[in-house]
Design a binder for this molecule. Sequence first.
Ligand SMILES: [Zn+2]
Length: 62
Amino acid sequence: MTVEIDKSLRDTPNPGSDAAIAIGCTCPRMDNGRGRGYMGVAGLFVYSADCPVHANREAGES
Ligand SMILES: [Zn+2]
């Protein structure tokens, strides 16, 4: 049995989490509950437009 995990998601720590901050995340830390979720809502996050970790997830061109 094989369990597949979306690697692109797994490799990116939640916005505002310690792991994300450690690799340069500039997303709002308090707003994201330090990686737990926006206003305590799991899975909901706010992103910083200039975050080098999360802002470039979409492969779009500016
Ligand atoms: Zn970020």
